[in-house]
Design a protein around this ligand. Structure first.
Ligand SMILES: *Cc1c(COP(=O)(O)O)cnc(C)c1O
Length: 386
């Protein structure tokens, strides 16, 4: 089976992990600090905090921005459930903003309209979480302008966008946002096994994320303390979590980061090849907004099912039977049973639902060879035309 995504682990990656195993530090230690410094430099971000996965990073970013009961967070319906769930962890309400039918990211026009209505009803969100779907950057300049006007904070869910650029700068710089989140799950562009990161240009956000990553414990004396307390002393000043990344993971991350540009270059090359190979088929290829350059975490196509005369299910099943691991990203989050219980359901976000009904992600990863890619296209062509 050609999978839809796959990590690339080389001997240097393995050696780096093994050398941590031979060292004194297995949990958060010097490798985590090194990884944070190197990623901050790569993204030109003032602060980077590594955590155990992308979901934890989203949760901590929400907490650091003060999201809680009585607040609401708005995100895209076309994302992994973790984007919305991070607000629910904080007891906040979630709402969604329909997507732009060309970029599949949240539509600025829809966001703008929804803000006008929310302002009238005194229901403005505390946080808006744009998701750089498939690696395509959201229009952050426009979203920043709306944030300044309506007073919400921005968390970029950049789980797909490690290595993407927006207006000539790498995603992660946090220029337009209060926090940016990466995931290093193995299907993403680079991996630490499980892992995530919060990047921010706000020192107080960074400090809170660091604190909550490790139980809310501070080793600085903050409260009223007895002069008898010594070096063993620590204070739990907030309710935090154990969301630390281990040095084993960070060592892998540091090595992967050195090859990130290589990974991204190959992904872009493969995307360009798909664009050419698929040009004559009844489908819509991903459109690249001119303000950004995607790192192509995914290559999602839209099947023109009426022209094809088949269902997406038939094409999906035919390709899977032919050993091509296509996937669908994503079932709109408001359609999930958990979110239906909260009052969401079909009909609320028509562009997202329309996109979902015809979406198919083709295999795309660093190690995909040209001939495997041609095989994917042949199998798709047969599935569509036969
Ligand atoms: C992968 C992903 C996450 C969560 O990342 P984990 O590291 O798996 O917790 C969040 N949001 C999006 C859009 C993702 O694709």
């Amino acid at each position: 089976m050609i999978p839809y995504g796959h990590q690339d682990i080389d001997e240097a990656d393995i050696d780096a992990v093994v050398s941590v195993l031979r060292s004194d530090w297995l949990t958060q230690g010097p490798a985590v600090e090194g990884f944070e410094t190197e990623m901050a430099r790569y993204c030109n971000a003032p602060h980077a905090i590594a955590v155990c996965n992308g979901t934890a990073a989203l949760h901590l970013a929400c907490r650091a921005l003060g999201l809680g009961p009585g607040d609401s967070l708005w995100t895209s319906p076309i994302t992994f459930v973790a984007s919305a769930n991070s607000a629910r962890f904080c007891g906040a309400k979630v709402d969604f903003v329909d997507i732009d039918p060309h970029t599949y990211n949240i539509s600025v026009a829809a966001l703008s309209d929804k803000l006008v209505r929310a302002e009238r009803e005194h229901k403005l969100p505390r946080v808006v979480m744009p998701v750089h779907f498939a690696g395509q950057p959201c229009p952050m300049e426009e979203i920043r302008q709306l944030a300044d006007r309506y007073g919400f904070a921005i968390i970029e869910d950049a789980s797909h966008a490690v290595g993407s650029t927006y207006l000539g700068e790498r995603i992660g710089s946090s220029r337009y946002a209060d926090a940016v989140v990466f995931s290093f799950h193995p299907v993403k562009t680079m991996t630490t096994g499980e892992g995530g990161m919060v990047l921010t240009n706000r020192a107080e956000v960074a400090e809170t994320v660091r604190l909550l990553r490790a139980h809310g414990i501070s080793y600085r004396m903050r409260g009223t303390t007895d002069a008898q307390e010594g070096d063993w002393y620590y204070e739990q000043v907030d309710l935090g979590y154990n969301y630390r990344m281990s040095d084993i993971q960070a060592a892998l991350g540091r090595r992967q980061l050195q090859r990130l540009d290589l990974f991204v270059r190959r992904r872009r090359e493969l995307a360009k090849r798909y664009n050419a190979l698929l040009a004559d088929l009844p489908l819509v290829r991903p459109w690249q907004h001119p303000s950004g350059e995607s790192a192509y975490h995914l290559y999602p196509i839209r099947l023109q099912l009426r022209r094809i005369g088949k269902t997406r299910r038939e094409i999906f099943d035919a390709m899977r039977s032919a050993q091509v691991g296509v996937q669908v990203h994503y079932i709109p989050v408001p359609m999930q049973p958990y979110y239906r219980k909260l009052g969401f359901g079909p009909g609320l976000f028509p562009e997202a639902e329309h996109y979902y009904s015809e979406a198919l992600s083709l295999p795309l990863y660093y190690g995909l060879s040209d001939s495997e890619q041609e095989q994917v296209v042949d199998v798709l062509r047969t599935a569509i035309t036969r």
